[in-house]
Ligand binder design. Structure first.
Ligand SMILES: Nc1ncnc2c1ncn2[C@@H]1O[C@H](COP(=O)(O)OP(=O)(O)OP(=O)(O)O)[C@@H](O)[C@H]1O
Length: 621
């Protein structure tokens, strides 16, 4: 067995009570199926005897009696064939029920394990693995592994059982005829192996052509407004056409290989039959075998064909499953870089570095978020996205006292988002430390740390759910009043009341589309409802007008003193009232101070203020 598949041994063992009896059923069904040819031999061999009796004793009472006996025997033998086949069928049914069910359980467990691990993995993993790639591993790779624990094992068990038992019976009857009958079989196994390899390669290609076709169509439909506005229907039509033609080519390619396999199979069965009849015929003439034996052998050859072919099929299936399993293992073996390893405790509370910190959910609205006060400090923080890449943050140090506010500004790409993502530990600094209440964030249990932070990312993500559930996302048991309160603080309440079903209005694909500003405010409400001691807005006010921005900031200011607020923005208006402003330039702290201090300093911030004033004045003209 290829090594990556060894990891499944524990799963197979856990499901032994399904797999074991399932494989036993495979064996039993083969035994029953194998009795059928000998019954048919009996029946065929009875025919010449019957003909002879007819010849000698036709018309006599004894002849009629014998004839009646023969007929009854034949009917009985026929009934026996039907009964044996039915019993073999029942065992095949049981085998499938047991083994396929086990394989579905193992698939379910593996997919859950993978998803649980994906949730544990840190943001840096997702920087390196494209979503489509991870999706393929979680879907079609898991399915290929399932085929190993299900169909492959099943086919293998049936094949071994059928081949061993059929060969044993055949050899007992006639070793010579057996040798001739199985002569084409190795060619069949090898052909099946190569054909199924070709089939698998083509199936993969067809699958990837299909996923690129569906993602193209999905993109075209989600971007339909842009396509129409730029009159690009024709060009997009051609692109879809291209992807569609590619898919068709791949599908036909697969169908051709598939179609070629059947004739190969039939030819090889034909060759075996001819050999059986030819060699067997001579043995019958020599008196070593009966005619019934030839019929019996022909059935054995047919019985053996599929198991022998399935050997090749199974080998290629196992190869595929092994490749898939190693792709899955790559993810499972990637350790999360952000862990609780350094934290003193794992639970919702723990002692860290002498400072007691506890979960800051405060869903009840205590406002202080437990024992986390919210002092935030960056201590010589450097961050690189790749080990040999340039530092996106370079030796950043500054302090934010608990309950104060800080505005972070800087050109695009200056590192602002990266800086704030380090606070909830979406990733850890390459060098230096982020401190919360004077404690290295890595020493605080993740649950506690993240429970104390309300983070509104730059790209708002709303789930296809109701507005209310999107707001209550981080506090699933929040009451209606809490949801309303948070929405009001985020200046979203008036909008929601205008929606057809208020907070029960669905958003996203199957609901209404929120405006950019409404989405941002829903995300802000989602952060506020947690009543966290630390609030982080990463350019979270960019899609709202300055009046709404002022209202939200006003609401927040009413709570300054209780909450540490970090506001990343391109707009002076969003940061000018902050207790301090940090200007980032190319990953470094270029300036730091209050609005008045920085304006007086006459540096980059003063220049930004001047430009925005000029823009505002121009707008007014
Ligand atoms: N996953 C990543 N891999 C490599 N580089 C990245 C990655 N994400 C961001 N960067 C780079 O890091 C730098 C800082 O990005 P960041 O998003 O922190 O800037 P920003 O100041 O928030 O910009 P903006 O104001 O446009 O949002 C940019 O040059 C960006 O291209």
């Amino acid at each position: 067995m290829a090594s990556p598949l060894r990891r499944l041994n524990a799963d197979l063992w856990r499901r032994r009570w399904l797999i074991g009896p399932g494989l036993l059923c495979a064996f039993v069904s083969s035994l029953f199926a194998l009795v059928v040819p000998s019954v048919i031999r009996e029946a065929i061999d009875a025919i010449p005897r019957m003909v002879a009796v007819q010849g000698y004793a036709a018309g006599t009472a004894a002849g009629d009696l014998l004839y009646g006996d023969f007929r009854n025997t034949l009917v009985l033998l026929g009934a026996l064939v039907v009964a044996l086949s039915a019993v073999a069928g029942v065992f095949v049914f049981l085998m499938r029920r047991l083994v396929v069910v086990a394989s579905r359980h193992i698939e379910y467990d593996l997919r859950n394990r993978l998803y649980a691990h994906l949730q544990r993995l840190s943001a840096d993993f997702y920087h390196h693995y494209p979503t489509g790639d991870v999706m393929t591993r979680a879907t079609s790779d898991v399915e290929k592994v399932r085929r190993y624990v299900g169909p492959a094992l099943m086919y293998l068990a049936r094949a071994v059982a059928a081949i061993v038992t059929a060969l044993a019976v055949m050899v007992v009857i006639s070793p010579t005829l057996t040798l001739w009958a199985v002569l084409p079989m190795p060619i069949l196994a090898v052909a099946a192996f190569f054909v199924s390899r070709l089939v698998h390669v083509r199936t993969d290609r067809q699958q990837s052509a299909y996923s690129s076709l569906t993602s193209r169509v999905q993109e075209a439909l989600s971007g339909i407004r842009v396509v129409k506005a730029y009159a690009q229907e024709e060009a997009w039509g051609q692109r879809i056409d291209g992807a569609s033609a590619d898919y068709q080519d791949r599908a036909l390619d697969l169908a051709r290989v598939d179609a070629a396999f059947r004739p190969v199979l039939t030819t090889l069965i034909g060759a075996s039959t001819v050999l059986v009849v030819g060699v067997g015929g001579r043995l019958v003439i020599e008196g070593q075998l009966s005619l019934g034996n030839i019929a019996e052998f022909i059935i054995y050859v047919t019985i053996l064909t599929w198991p022998v072919a399935s050997f090749g099929y199974v080998v290629s299936m196992i190869q595929q499953a092994s490749a898939s399993m190693s792709r899955i293992a790559q993810i499972l073996d990637t350790p999360p870089t952000v862990t609780d390893a350094l934290a003193a405790g794992d639970g919702a509370a723990g002692r860290a570095g002498g400072v007691e910190v506890s979960a800051g959910r405060g869903a009840g609205g205590d406002g202080a978020g437990g024992a986390v006060e919210g002092r935030l400090a960056f201590d010589h923080v450097t961050y690189r996205y790749t080990p040999d890449g340039p530092p996106v943050l370079d030796d950043v140090s500054f302090d934010v006292p608990a309950g104060s506010s800080v505005g972070v500004v800087g050109r695009t790409g200056a590192g602002k988002s990266t800086l704030v993502e380090l606070v909830p530990r979406l990733m850890d600094p390459t060098e230096g430390r982020v401190l919360i209440d004077g404690v290295d964030a890595r020493e605080i249990p993740l649950q506690t740390l993240r429970g104390a932070i309300g983070y509104v990312p730059q790209e708002v993500f709303l789930f296809s759910d109701t507005v209310g559930n999107n707001v209550a996302f981080g506090v699933p048991d929040a009451g209606e009043e809490q949801v309303r309160e948070a929405a009001e603080e985020a200046d979203l309440l008036a909008n929601v009341e205008d929606f057809p079903r208020g907070f029960d209005t669905r958003v996203g694909e199957r609901g209404i589309t929120l405006s950019g500003g409404q989405k941002q405010r829903a995300a802000i409400a989602r952060a506020l409802i947690r009543r966290p001691p630390i609030l982080i807005f990463d350019d979270a006010l960019s899609a709202v007008d300055t009046r709404t921005e002022a209202t939200i900031l006003e609401n927040l200011r009413a709570q300054f003193g209780q909450r540490t607020v970090v506001v990343v923005s391109h707009r002076v208006s969003a940061v000018q009232d902050a207790d301090q402003i940090v200007v980032l330039d190319d990953g470094r702290v270029a300036e730091r101070g209050t609005h008045a201090e920085l304006v007086a300093q006459g540096g980059a911030y003063a220049e930004m203020v001047r430009k925005q004033q000029l823009e505002d004045e121009l707008k007014e003209v």
